[in-house]
Ligand binder design. Structure first.
Ligand SMILES: CCCCCCCCCCCCCCCC(=O)SCCNC(=O)CCNC(=O)[C@H](O)C(C)(C)COP(=O)(O)OP(=O)(O)OC[C@H]1O[C@@H](n2cnc3c(N)ncnc32)[C@H](O)[C@@H]1OP(=O)(O)O
Length: 216
C-alpha cells in the first residue's frame, strides 16, 4: 500500500494506483512546462520545426491509449482528487497548478502563473482569474462539507494580476441557505495579501437528487 496525502488525511491507496497517479502528475507537469516554454519561445525556425515534429510524435503515441469520453480514468479513487479537471487537475497540463490548504477562515491557495496564462502583456487573462476563483471558492464550499455546482460567479477586476509573480487566493463561506452556499474570495499578491486584485462572489447549489444534469 502507498500513502498519499489528502488534506490532513493520510490514506493508504493501493501502491500501483499511487505510482500511476504520480506518473500522470509528472506527465501533466512536464507538458505544462512545454506549454509555458512554447508561449515564450523566440526560437529559430529549425528549433520550432524540431519541436513540432517531436510533439506530434509524442501526441500520436498517447492518442492510442485514449479512454472513451465520459468514462472514468483508471487513476480515479473515491478518496483522492481527480487528476484531469480543467480547473485543478494535476495531470491536466491546461489546468493551473492549484493547491489549496485550509485556514481558520476558509481556504487559501498560493500559485505562480506561467506564461501560458497571459492575456494583455504581462497580465493574467481575466478568464483565468475567474477560473482560479471558481476553483478556490468551490474548495471552500466543498471543504465545509457543502459543495455544489457553480450557479453564478461574479468577478470584479480591480488591478492587473501579474504573470510569474507569487499570488495568494483566499475564500470563505459567506452564507448557507439550504442547498445554496454563497462564497466570497479574492486574488492578491503574496507580498501584499490584503489588497484584492480580483474579487468574486459565487453561489454554489447542490442539485436536487432527481436533477437531470446528474444523469450520465
Ligand atoms: C477526496 C478529496 C478531494 C477534494 C477535492 C475537492 C475538489 C473541490 C473543488 C472542485 C472545484 C470545481 C470547481 C468548478 C465548479 C464548476 O465549474 S461547476 C460547472 C459549472 N456550473 C454548472 O455546470 C452548473 C449548471 N447549472 C446547473 O446545473 C443548475 O442550474 C444548478 C446550479 C445545479 C441548480 O439547479 P437546481 O437545483 O435545479 O436549481 P433550482 O432548484 O431551480 O434552484 C435552487 C436554488 O438556487 C437558486 N439559483 C439557482 N441558480 C441560480 C442563479 N444562477 N442565480 C441565483 N440563484 C440561483 C434558485 O433561485 C433556488 O433558490 P431557492 O428558491 O431555493 O431559494
Amino acid at each position: 500500500m502507498g500513502t498519499e496525502a489528502v488534506g490532513t488525511l493520510a490514506y493508504d491507496a493501493p501502491a500501483a494506483k499511487v505510482d500511476r497517479r504520480r506518473l500522470i502528475e509528472q506527465l501533466g507537469d512536464a507538458v505544462r512546462g512545454l506549454v509555458a516554454a512554447t508561449c515564450a519561445a523566440e526560437a529559430p525556425p529549425e528549433e520550432l520545426e524540431r519541436a513540432i515534429a517531436g510533439t506530434r510524435q509524442l501526441a500520436e503515441g498517447l492518442r492510442g491509449f485514449a479512454r472513451p469520453l465520459g468514462t472514468a480514468s483508471s487513476s480515479e479513487d473515491p478518496l483522492l482528487p481527480h487528476l484531469y479537471p480543467a480547473g485543478h487537475g494535476a495531470g491536466n497540463p491546461v489546468a493551473p497548478p492549484v493547491h489549496v490548504e485550509a485556514t481558520e477562515e476558509g481556504v487559501r491557495s498560493r500559485i505562480t502563473l506561467g506564461r501560458q496564462y497571459e492575456g494583455p502583456r504581462g497580465r493574467t487573462h481575466g478568464g483565468i482569474s475567474a477560473l482560479l476563483l471558481d476553483e478556490v471558492l468551490a474548495y471552500a464550499s466543498t471543504s465545509a462539507g457543502r459543495g455544489g455546482f457553480t450557479a453564478y460567479l461574479n468577478t470584479s477586476y480591480h488591478q492587473a494580476v501579474p504573470i510569474q509573480v507569487p499570488l495568494e487566493i483566499r475564500a470563505r463561506i459567506d452564507a448557507e441557505d439550504g442547498r445554496k452556499t454563497t462564497v466570497k474570495g479574492f486574488i492578491a499578491l503574496e507580498s501584499d495579501p490584503e489588497v484584492p486584485l480580483v474579487s468574486a462572489t459565487a453561489l454554489f447549489v447542490i442539485p436536487r437528487a432527481d436533477y437531470e444534469g446528474n444523469q450520465k
